[in-house]
Ligand binder design. Structure first.
Ligand code: ADP
Ligand code: MG
Length: 224
């Protein structure tokens, strides 16, 4: 099986800080991997470079064998809306939009018809246990509910890879574990790969594969 996402020789520096100092990684469809490591080790930078939010200084990322670095900013932006889904620590939902509009946003921004987008959003919201809350706005949801809306938003357009940066960071332990369960189940159904940055060991332990980052490199001695 070919990797859905592959990185070769990723280097990213900020002044004299080597945020990424040569990272190689292969991610296959359906893979679930946790990226762990101390604060400042390069986890978020890796997620941003893998997902085309940030260009690498050197090296490249390949989506289905195609070099992402050859795309211009518009092409990378298109990729983020179609091939990738994102879950951030604090949801980052749009306060003025309802839960279903938030969840439908990647499809709406890609120009998909409104009803088709909202149908997909309602389907996932229902599957994630939010039936009946579709027309609430983020301010009318609990932290755990809002994070489920963010998961639905990451899934509606059926991305190939879902990136999550500290997705449980703002949740209590139990809600965080429940969020992982629904995220992993939903991703499994669509065969999306999941890349989760976390410094919570109990969250990382839910992933079959753990990648430890130290000083911008994948730590040796850790099976990846
Ligand atoms: P982590 O997510 O593991 O905490 P980051 O990827 O955010 O680490 O950061 C890796 C290193 O790169 C840190 O030393 C951080 O200070 C530095 N860094 C990250 N982003 C920037 C930036 N935009 N400007 C300058 N330095 C940055
Ligand atoms: Mg970080």
């Amino acid at each position: 099986m070919n990797p859905v996402l592959a990185a070769r020789g990723l280097i990213k520096t900020y002044g004299d800080v080597h945020a990424l100092a040569g990272v190689d990684i292969d991610i296959h469809p359906g893979d679930v991997l946790a990226v762990v490591g101390p604060s400042g080790s390069g986890k978020t930078t890796l997620l941003h470079v893998l997902s085309g939010i940030l260009p690498a200084d050197r090296g490249d990322v390949f989506l289905d064998g195609r070099a992402v670095g050859e795309l211009n900013e518009a092409g990378r932006s298109e990729l983020r809306r179609t091939a990738f889904g994102f879950v951030f620590q604090s949801g980052m939902l749009v306060a003025e939009l309802t839960a279903e509009e938030n969840a439908a946003l990647p499809m709406l921004l890609s120009g998909k018809p409104r009803e088709e987008s909202l149908d997909a959003a309602r389907m996932w919201l229902g599957r994630l246990g939010l039936r009946g809350l579709q027309t609430r706005r983020p301010g009318e949801l609990s932290g755990g509910q809002a994070q489920r809306v963010a998961i639905a938003r990451a899934l509606t357009h059926r991305p190939r890879v879902i990136f999550a940066d500290e997705p449980t960071g703002a949740l209590d332990t139990r809600t965080g574990q429940e969020m992982m369960t629904v995220l992993l189940e939903a991703a499994g159904e669509t065969n999306a790969a999941v890349v989760i940055v976390t410094h919570d060991k109990a969250i990382a332990d839910r992933a079959p594969r753990i990648v430890e980052i130290q000083d911008g490199r994948i730590a040796t001695g850790v099976a990846v």
